[in-house]
Ligand binder design. Structure first.
Ligand SMILES: C[S@@+](CC[C@H](N)C(=O)[O-])C[C@H]1O[C@@H](n2cnc3c(N)ncnc32)[C@H](O)[C@@H]1O
Length: 332
């Protein structure tokens, strides 16, 4: 079975993704308060640091999702049946959790295609190479796409003659506020056909102390992850951030229902960004928001499914009901 890697972010597509990046930084640093979206962090090293986060014992969103996949791999396999199908994963990263499912499908001699999509070229290249070295003699074929979610989906949607299941894991949907998440699932539905499945990993609302502990690890990996954004800006835009003049902390905000992560400037300073031909002033202890992780209720998840023309097939919970992988079927 073929194992293929394609980069949709090269050539003219790379110009448009660079422009998007530049615009996001310009808008984010010009606003008050300063705020940069978390997708900016995911260059190849950013993806690798995120993989370290998923291995932290205290980071419940990842540990719960691993548990759910181990517990319910049979249920998910039964749902897909024996006919050929396609697994599309948006923002696949290292595909660590998905591998539990893929291995189970392979052990059950199923024939399927796996299409991981991620803006991190390194993450997708590594994932395709790893899967090829382990599973080249199986019923799985792999097409890895380095692409934005919807560019990747658009490229493969014309080729669909089989049932799709789209995975959107890791509580990545939490990086959007509720209105943006609704737009996202509606756009996703429009890329699919009636009968396709969607499985989304939602982190559920829980006592704020538990949320605080999950996002403030004693080993400092969250801080390393968030401060990596400054390296990305230095590298991609010729900025002159000095990383050790900033610190990071995450906290739950009851007004936005999200864990918000902030980078604090430890002193008054001016940062120059060559590509923007601009300088930006930071006050002493000024905060810049770098992450937003919305915490869902089941009622909100059901609203997202229904409003986007899907029915809930099942909610798969971990033992503590801290997290849910919600499976939907496109019905209209
Ligand atoms: C929170 S991580 C989740 C990774 C993995 N799914 C997991 O559960 O561990 C989000 C992933 O989405 C990718 N990503 C973010 N924005 C994206 C976009 N617009 N298009 C494609 N991938 C994106 C990042 O590179 C990153 O690998």
């Amino acid at each position: 079975m073929p194992f293929v890697f394609q980069n949709l972010r090269s050539g003219s597509a790379s110009v448009s993704s660079d422009e998007q990046f530049v615009q996001a930084v310009k808008d984010g640093l010009s606003g008050q308060p300063k705020r940069l979206p978390s997708w900016l962090i995911f260059d190849d090293l950013g993806s690798e640091i995120f993989t370290e986060i998923t291995q932290l014992p205290g980071y419940h969103p990842a540990q719960c999702e691993f548990e759910i996949f181990r517990t319910y791999k049979e249920t998910i396999t039964d749902l897909l049946g024996k006919t050929k199908f396609r697994v599309i994963e948006l923002g696949a990263g290292d595909g660590g959790k998905t591998r539990i499912l893929l291995e189970h499908f392979i052990q059950n001699h199923l024939t399927f295609e796996y299409v991981p999509i991620d803006i991190s070229e390194g993450a997708i290249k590594n994932l395709v190479a790893l899967l090829e070295s382990n599973f080249s003699q199986s019923g799985m074929s792999v097409t890895g796409l380095a692409a934005d979610y919807f560019d990747g989906l658009q490229m493969i949607s014309a080729q669909s003659h089989v049932r799709n299941i789209v995975l959107f894991l890791g509580s990545t949907i939490g990086n959007m506020g509720l209105p943006s998440a609704l737009q996202f699932v509606q756009k996703l539905r429009n890329s699919l056909s009636v009968g396709d499945y969607v499985m989304i990993g939602f982190d559920l609302m829980k006592p704020p102390k538990l949320l605080y502990a999950a996002y403030n690890d004693s080993t400092g990996i969250f801080e390393k992850f968030n401060l990596h954004l400054l390296d990305v800006l230095n590298d991609k835009l010729g900025a002159n951030f000095v990383k050790d003049q900033f610190v990071q902390q995450g906290q739950y905000n009851p007004r936005t229902h999200a864990v918000e992560s902030f980078i604090y400037s430890m002193r008054e300073q001016v940062v120059r960004i060559d590509v923007l031909k601009k300088t930006f002033s930071f006050g002493s202890w000024e905060a810049m928001q770098t992450e937003h992780s919305y915490k869902y209720t089941i009622a909100e998840i059901e609203m997202l499914a229904e409003t986007s023309g899907c029915r809930i097939v099942t909610h798969l919970f971990d033992a503590n009901q801290h997290f849910v992988n919600s499976i939907w079927e496109v019905i209209k």
